[in-house]
Structures are given as C-alpha cells and as structure tokens.
Design a protein around this ligand. Structure first.
Ligand SMILES: *Cc1c(COP(=O)(O)O)cnc(C)c1O
Ligand code: SF4
Length: 335
C-alpha cells in the first residue's frame, strides 16, 4: 500500500502536493510501518511539543517493522523527548543573541544567515532550532526592508546563507523574488542554501529551480543535509545529477547522532555514497545540546575516534570536518 502511494507521488511533479500529503499522525505512521502499538502514547506526547512530519517519499526508505531503522529514528517522536535530561537548552547555539534583525543571524565574518522560513519538509527530532521562535522572527514576511538595509550597510557580507526551516520549502516564485533582490547588493557574490528537501523529496528539484540557479550571476552553493547512506536512493541520485551542473558546489553536512550514524561503517559508507551522488562531505556536526533531544548526543571523544578511523580509510576529500557550533565564537570550532 505504501509502495503504491509513493509511486503515484513520484510520477507527479507536484512537490507541493507531496509536502501537503506528509504524514503527521503518529498512529498512521506506526500503522504504515507495522510498528508496535506500545510506541503510540509516547509518540503522541512528544508530537505535542514538536509535531511529527514526514513525506511519503522518505517513509518509503524506512524498513517495515524495524523500530531501530536509522531513518525512522530521525523522525519518530518518542517518550524520551518529554523527559528532560540535564544539559539540554532552548537555544544551544546562541542564535538569538546573534540576531541583527529578526531572522538575520550575523555571527561570522563575510557571511550572514537568513532564517528564510519556519517551514520544513520533514521534522527531525534532533533539530537544534526545534524551539526557535519562527513566528516572531520571520524576516521574509515582515522584516525584509530592514534585512536589506542591514545587508547594504554591512558591505563586508559577501555571502548569504538561506537557512530555516528549509529554504526550499518556499515556492520557486518566492525564491526567485528573494534572489532578484539579493542580486542588487553589490558586494554579494554567493548565495548558499542549507536544505534537507532534495533528499527528503527529490521532486523538489524542479526545472524552474535549476533555471534560477543557472541564470543568476550569484554563485550558488547547495549544502544538503544527509545523515545516513539509506537516505540516498535512486530518485535522490538522479535529482542531484541534475542539480550538479546548475550550482558551483554541492556539499553535505551531517549531524553525528547516537544510534543513527555513530559508527565507522555508516560514516564511511555515507561519504562514499555522497561521492557517488555528486556531493562532497563538508561538515560532521557535533550534536547541539537542544532540550528534548539529548538522547542523540555522542561524546566528543567517540566522535574523534570515528574521525580518525575515517581518515584511515578514505581519501582526504571524502573526510568531512568535525565541528561544533559555539555561542559567541568567531567560527565553528574544529574538534
Ligand atoms: C554555520 C553558520 C554559518 C556558516 O559557516 P561556514 O563555516 O561558512 O559553513 C554562518 N552563519 C551562521 C550563523 C552559522 O551557524
Ligand atoms: S529540516 Fe533542518 S530545520 Fe527542519 S527540522 Fe530538520 S534539521 Fe530542523
């Protein structure tokens, strides 16, 4: 039954419709994947704090009947989230202190990050912005003029990072609008999108999007967010193949997550799969200690051992940099 609905979606180019059909009901998800009913009360409780959201195309890559599937664990709300182990924070990376205009985060020299929308194609349980006040800090809706003024005044900013939420959950028309206005900033030469949508919903790579990237004079960099090799299926590979010639660089960031990708085999395999998908590994992020997701934390010592093991078995260009976001620092901290 799942296979059937997924096939229908893939033959349709309407990614917005596919997003609207994302599963939000924990009972429905457990039923589709034939998972034990005992998981339901915890899932409902945790989803009240941060709703479940997962498109069918992503569900199709999850193994039926396996509660430990590494993709499932990224999206299934669990009771543990509602307990509050020590160390979890609401804003672990200091986003709010670095906000210059609501939604515009200028922490590092030469580049500024725009929270371009609060919407995402999928809800990742480990998300460090799961408590971000999107409703009050939506630059595109309410603070666009202030944002543009800030960017024009601060001529050292040469690169804009569109983040979110997920910038590719905006329509092509709204993205084109934004790009057109950014093009008028004389010092800006690069626009970078941090997005999970191409892997969650490969149909998002539309012809219009490709044209937009090709036609702008700005250099376009796309940083995908892929955590596990099983996330890359044939549809993702094809989407990336079409995206590659339209952008300057195609990079990936991964969050190191306990029980999901904290093994040499998985990380090595991920790097190789990324390369076969035209993507180079960029960052391996130490988990940001966000409240409600502390069960995903991997100790830095273990992360370092994994990095060493990866260095011993991969060419240098397939080894990501192991970093941590630190409030107030001038750059991400190299671990
Ligand atoms: C991660 C991040 C960047 C980009 O940093 P790079 O090291 O250039 O990838 C920029 N601004 C903010 C606020 C960030 O969190
Ligand atoms: S897509 Fe990105 S911003 Fe959205 S929930 Fe996942 S990690 Fe967070």
């Amino acid at each position: 039954m799942i296979t059937k609905s997924v096939q229908i979606l893939e033959s349709s180019s309407n990614w917005q419709q596919a997003l609207a059909q994302a599963v939000r009901d924990p009972a429905e998800l457990l039923d589709m994947l034939r998972l034990p009913e005992e998981l339901l009360p915890g899932a409902i409780m945790a989803a009240e704090q941060f709703p479940l959201r997962v498109p069918l195309s992503y569900i199709s890559r999850i193994e039926i009947g396996n509660p430990n599937d590494p993709l499932l664990r990224q999206i299934l709300p669990i009771a543990m989230e509602t307990l509050s182990p020590a160390g979890g924070q609401l804003d672990p990376v200091g986003d709010l202190d670095a906000m210059q205009v609501p939604g515009l985060i200028h922490k590092y020299h030469g580049r500024a990050l725009l929270v371009s929308t609060g919407a995402c194609g999928i809800h990742c349980r480990y998300c460090f912005r799961r408590h971000f006040p999107y409703a009050e800090a939506n630059p595109v809706a309410e603070y666009w003029q202030q944002t543009m003024d800030y960017l024009s005044r601060n001529t050292e900013i040469q690169e804009i990072i569109l983040s979110g939420g997920d910038p590719l959950s905006l329509s092509d028309r709204r993205l084109a609008n934004m790009l057109q206005q950014l093009e008028e900033l004389p010092n800006l030469h690069t626009v970078r999108l941090h997005t999970r949508l191409p892997v969650v919903l490969p149909a998002r790579i539309t012809d219009r999007l490709l044209k937009m990237f090709t036609n702008t004079h700005l250099r376009c960099v796309v940083v995908t967010h892929i955590n596990h090799p099983n996330e890359i299926d044939e549809a993702v590979r094809r989407a990336m193949q079409s995206l590659k010639p339209a952008v300057s660089s195609l990079l990936n960031q991964t969050v190191l997550l306990a029980g999901i990708n904290d093994s040499v085999e998985v990380l090595t395999n991920l790097s190789q799969r990324l390369f076969a998908t035209e993507i180079l590994p960029y960052y391996l992020h130490q988990f940001d200690p966000v409240q409600g997701a502390m069960h995903f934390a991997v100790p830095v010592e273990k992360g370092r051992q994994l990095m060493q093991a990866m260095q011993n078995s991969l060419p240098g260009y397939l080894v990501p940099r192991y970093v941590q976001e630190s409030p107030g620092a001038k750059a991400k901290i190299s671990l």
